[in-house]
Design a protein around this ligand. Structure first.
Ligand SMILES: Cc1cc2nc3c(=O)[nH]c(=O)nc-3n(C[C@H](O)[C@H](O)[C@H](O)COP(=O)(O)OP(=O)(O)OC[C@H]3O[C@@H](n4cnc5c(N)ncnc54)[C@H](O)[C@@H]3O)c2cc1C
Length: 560
């Protein structure tokens, strides 16, 4: 009965998005549910509702629709044996759709919390529901069917910022490109939008945000609604890259009360990768955003809480429970902390770099950025793995990729398969001993000058897109004074803290036992992934350390 169905087979995504439950499965759901008689026209939930109940149709039927600016659009039809719900059931975010009964009948009703505990308890039904919720969310994203409209321009850095934030949170939205959409003037007039207001975000057809901060978008869409700020947690995980997401999955699945705080959208550096090909279990590769989306679903399924668009600016480390202080001024308390704030690309000292960020200068190469430079020449700066990956990816859609490498060779750490692909790719031109000397343009980058570091010769090129992927620094500035860092700012852990290394005398270590592996100079505070001194800077090692840290958190909590 679903709106996607043509001739379904068991492997069809449509069948799995709208499965019909068996009598045995329904009878398991009766426990903990209540029977509800429904009449045509009854509205069971609508956009913006929170903690929406879950319904299983025993008889009767209902439509799932989404109000839009012109009325409403049909998303799906449910009949007997089918069930309602989408990924917001698990994440606890606001509902995106309206459910209206079309034929009288009887429905089983289960509270949102009841459904979440059912998913954790019943492996078979848990898998059916999770798969359906994820597939339904993917369909909403692909169809641009969300309760939010983003009106922006491809020449606007803030449009790109918000698109990346929504995509990184796997949140469906309708994008109106003001450069090409002929009907956009009507929308602009209707919401009285002026040029300086762009990008404009319309939440739920009501609230209009003009050039909003990422935090304003998150608040308007209720991303952090279900977070109780007063709760003292077992563990707070700072940063939702691969290491933080792994820590969240293991913490929540092992029964710890875990909260992840992420300043942007989950995914970290890996989220800016078009394809990760060396992560175990994905022989054809996986995009960083897809890997992150799967990890978020997994962590939230087990009950981890995710707070996005909030930066941790300080750690209050004088006493336990420790407190992480957010940019909003709020402080969140926890008995243990996992620091997984990773690293960020160094910004080379080039005049005008900041001015063109998002308008020709990019620090990630995903599908989103590649769309902006189709059939044009682009520059990738850097000679390491991430630069190589970006060059190969961008060469599929760009006319030519100029790879500028400061030294005379590609980095020793670049994977062999990438070196080979670059060498075999006629669309990639390598320029060794070369660096950018100048950037020019009005609002959008238009010309780049590069310099040969050996001959000092310069040349200027009409190139409008530069991807900077050279050298990264740890994001540990918020920790100074609390945990010991190495001379580059990476966090020292475990045996590296030993006084015998001569680097960090452990005079202030208060316990009789030495720090555990991955434990910082503060008991119960752990560092994992790229932010940790000595880390290998790979997705697999980040994920491994996130998992190990939780094992160690249990020990630290036991002695607390
Ligand atoms: C383009 C690119 C391609 C790559 N390709 C590969 C590959 O193919 N294979 C591979 O193994 N590795 C690859 N890597 C490396 C890999 O992505 C990293 O090693 C990995 O992401 C590190 O994970 P992490 O969780 O430690 O840190 P990060 O991924 O850096 O995540 C840290 C997170 O913490 C957040 N954060 C930072 N500060 C704060 C704060 N104060 N408050 C709240 N949140 C904060 C950040 O926003 C970020 O989301 C690639 C990296 C890049 C950039």
């Amino acid at each position: 009965m679903s709106s996607w169905t043509t001739t379904p087979s068991a492997l069809d995504a449509s069948t799995q998005a709208f499965p019909v439950l068996t009598a045995a499965q329904i009878s398991r759901l009766r426990l903990g549910s209540k029977l509800r008689k429904v009449e045509p026209g009854d509205i069971l939930f609508q956009p913006d509702d929170t903690e929406v109940p879950f319904f299983v149709l025993l008889s009767g039927s209902m439509d799932i629709v989404q109000p839009d600016l012109t009325g409403e659009r049909l998303i799906a039809k449910h009949g007997p044996g089918e069930f309602t719900g989408e990924f917001t059931m698990i994440s606890g975010q606001r509902c995106l759709v309206l459910g209206r009964v079309t034929r009288a009948g009887e429905f089983l009703e289960i509270s949102a919390a009841g459904l979440r505990s059912f998913v954790a308890r019943d492996a078979e039904l848990g898998e059916i529901f999770m798969r359906a919720f994820i597939l339904r969310r993917i369909a909403l994203i692909r169809g641009g069917k969300g309760n939010v409209i983003l009106m922006g321009s491809r020449h606007c850095a803030n449009t790109l910022r918000i698109r990346e934030f929504l995509a990184g949170n796997a949140y469906p939205y309708t994008y109106v490109d003001l450069d090409t959409d002929k009907t956009s003037q009507e929308l602009l007039d209707r919401f009285e939008v002026k040029t300086g207001d762009i990008p404009v975000v319309i939440c739920n057809g009501r609230t209009v945000l003009r050039n909003p901060s990422t935090q304003e978008v998150a608040d308007c869409l209720g991303f952090n609604l279900s977070i109780d700020l007063s709760q003292v947690r077992d563990v707070i995980i700072v940063g939702a890259g691969p290491s933080g997401l792994a820590a969240a999955v293991y913490a929540a699945s092992e029964g710890l009360d875990a909260l992840v705080v992420e300043t942007e959208a989950p995914g970290g550096q890996a989220g800016s990768s078009s394809k990760i090909e060396n992560y175990l279990g994905f022989p054809t590769g996986i995009s960083g955003q897809e890997l992150a989306a799967r990890a978020i679903a997994q962590a939230e399924k087990f009950g981890a809480k995710m707070m996005v668009a909030h930066k941790v600016v300080q750690l209050n480390c004088k006493r336990r429970p420790y407190e992480v202080v957010l940019d909003s001024g709020s402080a969140l308390a926890a008995h243990s902390i996992v620091i997984s704030t990773g690293a960020q690309y160094n910004k080379p000292p080039i005049a005008n770099l900041k001015r063109f960020e998002g308008q020709g200068i990019y620090y990630g190469a995903t599908h989103m950025e590649s769309q902006l430079c189709e059939n044009e020449d682009v520059i990738v700066v850097g000679g390491g793995n991430s630069a190589g990956q970006a060059a190969v990816f961008l060469s599929q859609t760009s006319r030519k990729v100029h790879m500028l490498v400061r030294s005379g060779t590609l980095s020793e750490t670049m994977s062999r398969y990438l070196i080979q692909r670059i060498a075999d790719n006629p669309a990639i031109e390598l320029h060794f001993n070369t660096e950018i000397a100048g950037l020019e343009g009005d609002t959008q980058l238009q010309r780049v000058t590069w310099r040969d570091r050996v001959t000092a010769e310069t040349s200027t090129h009409d190139i409008r897109h530069v991807f900077i992927m050279a050298g990264a620094s740890p994001r540990s500035e918020w920790l100074r004074g609390c945990v010991a860092l190495d001379d580059k700012g990476f966090i020292l852990t475990g045996r590296d803290l030993d006084a015998s290394t001569g680097r960090t005398p452990l005079s202030s270590w208060p316990l009789s036992r030495p720090p555990q592996m991955l434990e910082t100079s503060l008991p119960g505070v752990f560092a994992v992934g790229d932010v940790r001194s000595g880390n290998v800077k790979r997705v697999a090692s980040a994920v491994g350390e996130g998992a190990i840290a939780i094992y160690l958190v249990h020990r630290a909590l036991a002695e607390f």
